[in-house]
Design a protein around this ligand. Structure first.
Ligand SMILES: NC(=O)c1ccc[n+]([C@@H]2O[C@H](COP(=O)([O-])OP(=O)(O)OC[C@H]3O[C@@H](n4cnc5c(N)ncnc54)[C@H](OP(=O)(O)O)[C@@H]3O)[C@@H](O)[C@H]2O)c1
Length: 266
């Protein structure tokens, strides 16, 4: 098993949920971390927790929807650590309305964070990784980027489909290089992500199918950082659904609606 000790890792969205759990998991591997998000108190607490584990961490306030913020994040990391080994593009949020009730501004906003945040950071880090002739970009996508399960939240699906396409395109571009690109597709993960549903709609989003913890996803991120793969789907059985939908998309729509999609949020 390879070691991550001493590797320089950037994590966006490290102030809560999957990003925070990944930061702690990377710290336990003795990596050196740069944490990014917008909530300073949470980032300070994360850095303190990491230092107690004997690892190095610094944070930067970054809105990933702003290219200039993301550029500064990559520059500051390079200045501080002299190289960048792993970029985890994790910042993101959900949208819990049907597309018919989604404004174009809301669609732009969610694309800026979930997709362009990933694009800006990857774009900025790539020349550095190419120069180093090493590096790994890990994109936290979702099973929602492979198949639509809910009747609400199409805007979120679209951002994750874009992330899947971006990841695949980068993988192809970099196929003959030592730089690796991975897409991680978690299923429902119990984090602050779903608190937003209540803020947006006044209703809790119904948890569909199997749920997992942020630590479970973080362990998968560590595993893939050690042994890079193209894609990780956290509930492997879903790959059967993804394969069948390529053959029978209409039938899979009906089956998903029957078994999960018709469950109403409360
Ligand atoms: N929870 C799930 O069921 C699930 C399933 C599959 C995939 N995912 C994906 O996993 C990722 C992490 O989500 P989570 O479940 O851990 O939710 P979370 O606890 O709400 O974490 C979201 C993180 O993204 C950050 N963020 C949001 N907007 C940002 C912005 N404009 N700039 C910088 N950072 C921003 C938040 O930090 P600040 O608010 O401090 O900026 C926070 O650290 C997301 O990409 C999500 O799509 C989640």
């Amino acid at each position: 098993m390879g070691s991550l000790e001493g590797k320089i890792v950037i994590i966006t969205g490290a102030s809560s949920g999957i990003g925070l759990a990944a930061a702690i998991a990377f710290a336990k591997q003795k990596t050196k971390l740069m944490l990014a998000a917008r909530r300073e108190n949470k980032l300070i607490a994360a850095c303190e927790e990491i230092k107690k584990l004997g690892a190095e961490a610094e944070y930067m306030l970054v809105d990933v929807a702003k290219e200039s913020d993301v550029k500064k994040l990559i520059e500051k990391t390079l200045q501080r650590y002299n190289r960048i080994d792993i970029l985890v593009n994790n910042s993101g949020y959900g949208h819990f309305f049907p597309l018919a009730q989604t404004t174009s501004q809301q669609m732009h906003d969610i694309m800026e964070v979930n997709f362009f945040g990933t694009f800006y950071a990857s774009h900025e880090v790539l020349p550095i990784m190419i120069k180093q002739q090493s590096g790994h970009i890990i994109n936290i996508s979702s099973v929602a980027g492979k198949r639509v399960f809910r009747q609400t939240g199409g805007a979120y699906n679209i951002t994750k489909f874009a992330m899947q396409g971006f990841t695949e395109a980068l993988r192809m571009e970099l196929i003959n290089t030592p730089i690796r690109v991975t897409s991680i597709c978690p299923v429902t993960t119990v984090t602050e992500f779903f608190d937003l549903a209540k803020e947006q709609t006044g209703k809790s989003a119904k948890i569909l199918g199997p749920a997992q913890t942020a630590e479970h996803v973080a362990n998968a991120i560590i595993k893939v950082a050690i042994n890079p793969k193209a894609e990780v789907v956290l509930v492997g059985a879903l790959r059967i659904v993804f394969a069948l939908q390529a053959l029978f998309p209409g039938l899979i729509d009906k089956l998903i609606y029957r078994f999960v999609g018709s469950k109403k949020d409360e």
